[in-house]
Design a protein around this ligand. Sequence first.
Ligand code: NAD
Length: 372
Amino acid sequence: MAHYKIAWLPGDGIGKDVLEAARIVLDKIQLDAEYIPGDIGWEFWCKEGDAFPPRTIELLKNVDAALFGAITSKPVKAAATELSPGLQNRGLTYRSPIVRMRQLFDLYVCLRPCKAYPGNGLNFKEGIDLVVFRENTEDLYAGVEFSPVPPDLAQVLKTLAKPFAPFAALPADQYAVSCKINTRAGSERIARAAFEFARKFKRKKVTIIHKANVVRATDGLFLEEAKNVAKEFSEIQVDDANIDAMTMWLLKNPFNYDVLVAPNLYGDIISDLCAQMVGGLGFGCSGNIGAKLAVFEPTHGSAPKYAGQYKVNPIATILAVKMMLDGLGETGKAASLERAVAEVIKEGKVRTYDMGGANTTLEMAKAIAAKL
Ligand SMILES: NC(=O)c1ccc[n+]([C@@H]2O[C@H](COP(=O)([O-])OP(=O)(O)OC[C@H]3O[C@@H](n4cnc5c(N)ncnc54)[C@H](O)[C@@H]3O)[C@@H](O)[C@H]2O)c1
């Protein structure tokens, strides 16, 4: 029996191409693992009315980790029209399987390392090495949303919140409400994860990202909890910044930053910015980590226009494999894989289209495997 069970979730579009590439390096590195395929994505929404079927949820309860490609998501109304005829008008509502997975398995850490590998022509600046900790289950992604707004909710808001007055007279279908919900426990644990990472890897500084001057209740709570956690890590510098200022400072002085921690939405925004500074979507990798399960993925989506063409860059997914190896405690294999990626980038002989070359997804994976 293999030592590890890994759920293998290619999903849609280029998710299939990049996971095929990931398998080339995993086979070369000889991880003692069984890869168990799982159904997820658009095909299952259309055929079964569920993009994240119960059998895949069961699979994820019984694995050591999961590698995920990408899924296609569409707005609720467009999704409903693509259901197979027998499933139409049954009140089925599309929800992104990756967002559901994060909530169902309490994958509260979204870890996104953003490192500029030397010689990558796409680097914004050489030497950037940032790590983003994004809270992954709460905030504006809690899924508590109203459109149209029920009269009961409008009445309560009118009674409890003075600033609601300008909205109170609007018809229910002329506005919408999405609730930003942040808990003390959720804010504390993501901040703790960031500071513990900083301590373990001898990082100098943690920056707390928020907008507490305007979004006072929720971001105020997040900032307060994160600052409390910081007191236990006196050897690590701490500062905080508003999300808007942060985007500017990161571009201006990226070397002033090290580990960044943020609530869900700001973390999403900042991690795309950081990924772009180190080469863009072809290089952005991500770990969704909880107490019992961790799911690793490239940050990019399913890029339908390139699906099945083996054109896109698999490095993001191969770096997600490196994160998975670290997560499994296979740190030696993880380090070798990262060295192999860095060497191929530095040599610049094998390059996918985004790097200005014409090599295929699988050629890039084979070049990396050849260095192992
Ligand atoms: N986690 C996920 O699965 C995830 C994340 C984002 C978007 N999506 C979904 O993916 C679908 C397409 O979304 P999109 O087009 O906005 O974003 P996308 O990330 O799929 O692609 C945008 C563009 O980025 C480039 N790109 C993406 N990955 C690349 C790679 N590995 N190498 C080189 N270039 C790459 C391509 O030019 C592509 O057209 C949508 O349905 C969206 O909802 C899924």
